[in-house]
Design a protein around this ligand. Sequence first.
Ligand SMILES: [Zn+2]
Length: 63
Amino acid sequence: MTYDRLVCANCAAPVIEGRCHVCRANRERLQQDNLFAGLNPMALITLLAVLIAAVALLAHQTA
Ligand SMILES: [Zn+2]
């Protein structure tokens, strides 16, 4: 998602310019969302790998 054309509800300026405290808060929140969106696939892969290892370990112990 791109937010460079998002207009602030408080000052009606582009949020990316950060003209008021609402702009800056929104910009920070959106940048955090972007960061998490970038991290999520990697976190999911790690979680999946841990889960597979746990299942394999459990299967090995019960067999
Ligand atoms: Zn604003």
